[in-house]
Design a protein around this ligand. Structure first.
Ligand code: RFL
Ligand code: PHB
Length: 406
């Protein structure tokens, strides 16, 4: 077995692992990333598109913001549509200046991968059988196989950035873990197309046919989503069927602007809310999707991953720069505060904007009554400035947690 060493072993080269690695490296903290798949495979996953202000600032701090700042689109508002009635949430005005940046997860991941390569930081792609060990001790290590050879990676800390299906969360003994989960009775069918977006800002639309989202990646690339039953398969949805359904769900004057074309990618994602507590076990820290999942309705998945990264980065920087280890044990509590807020907002937006059909949900409330509550909810929030302010504040994202407050 070959033995190698680093200060922080990072499992997973998704956006969480890559961003953490980049930030730590800039502070002189060594790290090695172990990724199960190839780089190309990771870049093939079309996912999020909206970055909160805090995330964009963190990307700048990591020194990889050049393309984001040149090509990302600043969005000062977002539209919520309920049964054809449009309400614009003026993010900038309602929050006193905050905005979001429209820039894809694929692009940010690519920028981070290129920066990592340029800095000659070590990444083992196609690492097999990755397994953390002795994470409760001060000498944890990770074993894995790479190109037929067995490795042992000695380290001070292990960052589990390996997504929902990763090995890190499973390393925390079951009796120590509590998992909270809500699986929704529908999924999102996403489509990417090289056609100009139908609107200059995002539109979240609830209609009698179900939910639709009009998003974008650039002036020539659009991204759309439709709420679909969990039983639907990709093969059920031709491009033509997708465009027809989308137009039915958007307000007529927006539907007129939809430019159709062949899809580049189509996929169905189930919707779930999930949180694992605690988010750490000894010197193993869970980051991003490894610890929590949100339904995409609030655009919070990737953003919550980024705030976990920010918290862990600040804690580890203190350890290595000043020897201050006081926050290590508090990572989980600090991260979970913001995570639960994002979970609550995503759950609330999902409840408000989707058609739940006959599902009796949410504490056993009758489906009809639940529908009435949600109707009343958006009537109130969309028609009151205070209500719109609440949505705006959450959509741009709450400030990152400050270690000095703990
Ligand atoms: P990722 O991106 O899942 O990356 C984890 C990485 O770890 C690797 N891995 C392992 N490596 C080594 N050993 C193992 N045993 C491993 N197991 C796994 C994986 O190959 C992978 O490369 O997690 P990360 O970095 O925490 O990033 C989180 C974001 O990807 C995620 O929050 C968002 O993409 C969520 N999400 C969306 N968020 C939004 O804000 N807006 C969206 O529109 C949106 N759409 C989505 C999404 C997530 C989806 N998933 C998870 C299926 C659409 C989908 C389909
Ligand atoms: C996307 O562009 O992929 C996107 C944007 C906002 C969301 C979800 C997905 O809430």
């Amino acid at each position: 077995m070959k033995t190698i060493q680093t200060q922080v072993a990072i499992i997973g080269a998704g956006p969480s692992g890559l961003l953490l690695g980049q930030l730590l490296a800039r502070k002189g903290i060594s790290n090695i990333i172990l990724e199960r798949k190839t780089g190309d495979y990771v870049l093939g996953r079309i996912r999020a598109g909206i970055l909160e202000q805090g995330f964009a600032d963190l990307v700048r701090e990591a020194g990889v913001a050049e393309r984001m700042d040149a090509e990302g689109h600043v969005h000062e508002g977002v539209e919520l549509v309920v049964n054809g009635e449009r309400t614009r949430i003026d993010l900038k005005e309602l929050t006193g200046g905050d905005v979001v940046v429209c820039y894809g997860q694929v692009e940010i991941t690519q920028d981070l991968m290129e920066a990592r390569q340029a800095a000659s930081l070590e990444t083992y792609y196609e690492a097999d059988k990755v397994q953390p060990h002795d994470v409760k001790s001060d000498k944890p290590y990770v074993t894995f196989e790479h190109q037929g050879e067995e490795y042992r990676l000695d380290c001070d800390f292990v960052a589990g950035c390996d997504g929902f299906h990763g090995v890190s969360r499973q390393t925390i003994p079951e009796e120590v873990r509590t998992e909270f989960e809500r699986v929704y009775p529908f999924g999102w069918l996403g489509m990417l197309a090289d056609t100009p977006p139908c609107h200059d800002e995002l539109i979240y639309a609830k209609s009698e046919y179900g939910f639709a989202l009009a998003s974008q990646r650039s002036a020539t690339r659009s991204r759309y989503y439709l709420q679909v039953p969990l039983t639907d398969k990709i093969e059920d949805w031709s491009d033509e069927a997708f465009w027809d359904e989308l137009k039915k769900r958007l307000p007529a004057e927006i539907a007129e602007n939809v430019v159709t074309g062949p899809s580049i990618e189509k996929s169905i994602a189930p919707l779930r809310s999930f949180v694992c507590e605690p988010m750490q076990y000894g010197n193993l820290f869970l980051v991003g999707d490894a610890a929590h999942i949100v339904p995409p309705t609030g655009a919070k998945g990737l953003n919550l991953a980024a705030s976990d990264v920010a918290t862990l980065y600040k804690i580890l920087t203190r350890v290595y720069e000043t020897g201050d280890r006081r926050y290590i044990e508090q990572y989980s509590d600090i991260a979970l505060r913001r995570v639960w807020n994002g979970e609550r907002f995503s759950w609330w937006m999902t409840n408000m904007m989707h058609d739940f059909g006959e599902e009796v949900s949410n504490g056993g409330i009758d489906a009809q009554m639940f529908g009435r509550f949600m109707k009343s909810e958006f009537n109130y929030y969309l028609n009151s400035e205070n209500g719109r302010k609440v949505i705006a504040e959450q959509y741009v994202g709450l400030p990152y947690e400050d270690l000095n407050e703990y």
